[in-house]
Ligand binder design. Structure first.
Ligand SMILES: [Zn+2]
Ligand SMILES: [Zn+2]
Length: 134
């Protein structure tokens, strides 16, 4: 994947990319912990730099739901949406509502050339709604 994106293959890049694949919607703290499992000497700054490079190259998508820290995922390029639990912050993927990225068609684009639409569904995850009822 790194070579396909014309990025030099380094151990930190491979480790960060693997961590994002293994932990969808992970925040940087979780990614750093996962990376250090294999490369204990990697600095936080190095992980931040790699995440920025991977995001810039389109290998990783950065999402930041309001009220949450930035999270990263390896599922890129399909304009999928997210459902976020208001209580525990759990995030899950939601496919685009109807077929092919219909959300890209704004009712009035105000002359902008629009390339992305972001939809966030909010609610309670099954664990939290059960806890609330108990
Ligand atoms: Zn929850
Ligand atoms: Zn996602």
């Amino acid at each position: 994947m790194l070579r396909g994106a014309a990025l030099r293959v380094t151990r930190p890049r491979v480790a960060v990319l693997s961590a994002v694949h293994a932990h969808p919607h992970a925040d940087t703290d979780l990614i750093i912990r996962a990376v250090r499992g294999g490369l204990p000497e990697v600095s936080r700054q190095a992980v931040y730099d790699v995440l920025r490079a991977l995001t810039g190259a389109g290998l990783v998508r950065r999402i930041e739901p309001p009220g949450s820290v930035a999270r990263y995922e390896s599922r890129v390029g399909d304009n999928h949406h997210h459902v976020v639990c208001r209580s525990c912050g759990l995030i899950a993927d939601v496919d685009c509502a109807v077929g092919e990225a219909p959300c890209l068609t704004a009712s009035d684009g105000h002359g902008f050339s629009i390339d992305e639409a972001e939809v966030t569904y909010w609610g309670l995850c099954p664990g939290c709604s059960t806890a609330g009822n108990a």
